[in-house]
Design a protein around this ligand. Structure first.
Ligand code: ATP
Ligand code: MG
Length: 717
């Protein structure tokens, strides 16, 4: 670097400099993980301001998350000082959309003080419309309509744009009508939903030449990070806004496209070159983040995907440690093991907890880690989601359990009195409250008493009567049934499970998984009381730690981030790749899972540990699981495998007659015993004496293109 270079250029390599200095004309930066795409984009922003090519208000810069926007702002500030304060158009597509919409609200029929609805409001509204349209809301649930409308909005489709095929997807062809009714209702309420922040702006830009031209003039430069995950409506925005000046710079990595379920289209990368002919395409190949072993492992996995644009990645960093692949017995052991590893890393290298992350495939996986970390006093934070016990469905389920355990628990009672909806209006609930206050008695008791009066409508009385009766029955059951079983029945009988099952969105599936996880958690406690006590302690732990904390989050939320040390638990078939991806069966969903695996591994700078459990407990049933096919796809030269079976006494006594030999599939590949002997008479497995089993992993290399030489050293006991 030349000494006279401005500071933001000093550390950049030639390709990055090119991305920064090619300010005019369309630019596409296509490069693998950790090659400094975001760093280059940030420098580019600094450069535009530093050289006064544009005023802060003339740059549109899009990040994927609000956090990323804040970070970019901070970095740019370091170079150009307060000039960045005037950068109003740095943020996510949604944030920018909201800002534009406020300025021109009246042009799409809103007022500038419109409300942005959250998902709950949105669903409530849809439900009203479904009922008003004389549709059976059980058959045609609001969530399904919500999912469809979201999808349409992500594609940039207004009700008028829907063809018959799309409309057919709801209530026998009434999709368009319902969508239009919903939009009309929103306008009447002076409200919009999240999708509208994108769609209204698109409509605005398409229909109002003046507005379009004013923004085309204003935005001298447009840039977009994480471009591979833009959806259609976002792409259409960009194309319109950049059409005049054509100073559009997008950076992305096709291998990291992981939001297709939200309508993201990796094809936007290919469209870019078509829509902006003559675009400069810049490739960054040097990775500054990860060691060669980590890169090698990630590259080996992603190589199994077809149709990639293909990229070279290299690094100058020292080889470092191989990826560790650890097979453990079950979920609790996984959490225990990760806790121990973190403590060891702290002792060994004084590694700060801030530099460690646990990245999970599914939200419900966080629970076991949270419970363990609370037990050992390890500070942690959950990013991009709620802590397990704070999630709405968990709080609801806990509220039911609390009322069973403690009928005077008014807060809990209040929470679930009409969840799921059982036709108890606010009026009825208020009457119960009045009686409770007047008599100084708990709500539950007031509810029971009010049934004898004529205060309620017949419908409210019936519903409340049922609820009071249900709770009496559940309390009886509580003394007879194991508490996890009680929870299961209670969730079924209250209609809570059915409510979520009726809902076909991915979100609802996740909520159901969380509830199974809750039941699983209960199994670890002797009594319902002990479990609830545990939960209140966990909840009390909130925000206690101000110091460094381990981060726990989903892989989706970890996009763009990096950590010194990364733990990747649950690499098992059915969990990762997810069961949903496997059931859909398509190559496309499997490849998206594989891209997730690639994103996961490439978050690590120096150390990555993948774990897979031989057993998971699902609704009280032990299920044996196979290591993920992605484990088998890891090139052997970059990994170090170990399987420790160190379960406690009770484990060996457990009865496995119902289930497959946990290592059946691995062992089949070796022709040797897996370290377990089965007592023919009882069907019980007991461990053989300690020994090392070398298992060839060919049997687990599902979908692995002909590589069957991965050797796992399995150490049993
Ligand atoms: P991802 O695909 O995960 O979003 P990315 O391509 O955006 O990754 P960055 O996050 O920008 O990569 O950079 C990865 C790491 O490399 C960061 O720690 C960054 O500070 C560092 N880095 C980037 N460019 C350079 C460079 N020229 N010299 C040294 N370090 C660099
Ligand atoms: Mg990035």
């Amino acid at each position: 670097a030349v000494a006279a270079d401005p500071p933001y250029l000093r550390d950049l390599n030639p390709a990055q400099r090119e991305a920064v200095l090619t300010t005019d004309g369309p630019v596409l930066v296509l490069a693998g993980a950790g090659t400094g795409k975001t760093a280059a984009l940030t420098a580019r922003l600094a450069h535009l301001l530093y050289t006064r090519k544009a005023w802060p208000s003339e740059i549109l810069a899009v990040t994927f998350t609000n956090k990323a926007a804040r970070e970019m702002r901070e970095r740019v500030r370091a170079h150009v000082g307060d000039a960045v304060e005037g950068m109003p158009w740095l943020g996510t597509f949604h944030a920018i959309g909201a800002k534009m919409l406020r300025r021109h609200a009246e042009r799409v029929g809103l007022q500038s003080n419109f409300t942005i609805l959250d998902t709950d409001d949105q669903l409530r509204l849809m439900k009203q419309l479904i009922v008003a349209a004389d549709l059976d809301e059980k058959r045609w649930p609001a969530r399904q309509l919500g999912g469809l409308i979201d999808g349409w909005k992500n594609k940039g489709l207004t009700p008028a744009d829907l063809d018959a095929g799309e409309a057919e997807r709801f209530a026998n062809g009434r999709g368009q009508e319902m969508y239009a009714a919903y939009q009309a209702r929103l306008l009447a309420l002076n409200a919009c939903d999240f999708g509208d922040l994108l769609l209204h702006v698109l409509t605005l830009l398409r229909t109002d030449r003046d507005v379009l031209e004013s923004y085309q003039q204003r935005f001298r430069y447009i840039m977009v990070d994480e471009y591979q995950d833009t959806n259609s409506v976002q792409y259409l925005w960009l194309r319109l806004l950049a059409q005049e000046r054509k100073n559009l710079c997008c950076v992305g990595d096709d291998d990291q496209s992981i939001y297709s379920w939200r309508g993201a289209q990796v094809e936007n990368i290919l469209r870019f070159e078509r829509d902006f002919p003559g675009a400069a395409v810049i490739k960054l190949e040097q990775n500054y983040r990860s060691t060669p072993h980590i890169l090698g492992a990630a590259s080996g996995v992603i190589a199994n995907n077809g149709g990639r644009l293909g990229k070279t990645l290299w690094t100058e960093l020292d080889a470092g440690e191989k990826l560790r692949v650890i097979g453990i017995w079950d979920g609790p052991e996984e959490a225990r093991r990760v806790g121990e590893e973190i403590e060891a890393a702290q002792r060994r290298d004084g590694l700060s907890l801030d530099r460690i992350a646990i990245l999970v495939r599914a939200q419900h996986q966080t629970r076991e880690f949270e419970d363990r970390f609370i037990a050992i006093g390890m500070p942690y934070r959950i990013v991009g989601g709620f802590r397990f016990y704070e999630r709405a469905e968990i709080r609801d389920a806990l509220a039911y359990l609390r009322v069973v355990a403690q009928p005077a628990d008014d807060l809990a009672f209040e929470r679930i009195v009409n969840t799921p909806k059982r036709g108890l209006g606010d009026k009825a609930v208020q009457k119960v409250h009045q009686l409770a206050r007047a008599e100084g008695i708990p709500l539950m008791l007031a509810a029971a008493r009010i049934l004898d009066s004529d205060e309620l409508t017949p419908q409210a009385r019936r519903s409340l009567g049922n609820l009071v009766g249900d709770f009496a029955r559940w309390r009886d059951m509580a003394s007879a049934l194991p508490h996890p079983e009680l929870a299961r029945q209670l969730l079924d009988e209250s209609g809570y499970t059915a409510m979520l099952q009726a809902d076909k969105t991915a979100e609802a599936a996740g909520r159901l998984e969380n509830l199974s996880e809750l039941v699983r958690a209960m199994e670890e406690y002797e009594t319902l009381g002990a479990f609830l006590e545990h939960v209140s302690l966990v909840m009390d732990n909130e925000g206690a730690a101000a110091g460094p904390q381990v981060t726990i989050m989903t892989i989706h939320a970890a996009k763009g981030l990096e950590y010194d040390t990364v733990f990747l638990p649950g690499w098992e078939e059915g969990l990762f790749p997810s069961q949903r991806a496997l059931d859909e069966g398509g190559q496309a969903s499997l490849e998206e899972e594989r891209r997730l695996a690639y994103v996961a591994i490439t978050r690590a700078r120096r150390r990555a540990t993948i774990l897979h459990a031989a057993n998971r407990r699902i609704y009280g049933q032990w299920t044996s699981s196979l290591p993920s096919r992605f484990v088998a796809e890891l090139p052997p030269e970059h990994i170090e495998s170990e399987t420790t079976m160190s379960g406690g006494e009770s484990l060996w006594r457990a009865n496995w007659s119902e289930r497959a030999d946990p290592f059946g599939d691995v062992a089949r590949g070796t022709g040797r015993g897996p370290g377990w002997q089965r007592a023919a008479s009882t069907g019980t497995f007991t461990p053989e004496p300690a020994r090392v089993v070398e298992a060839r992993a060919s049997a687990i290399s599902l979908g692995n293109k002909g590589r069957d030489d991965v050797s796992l050293g399995l150490r049993v006991f």
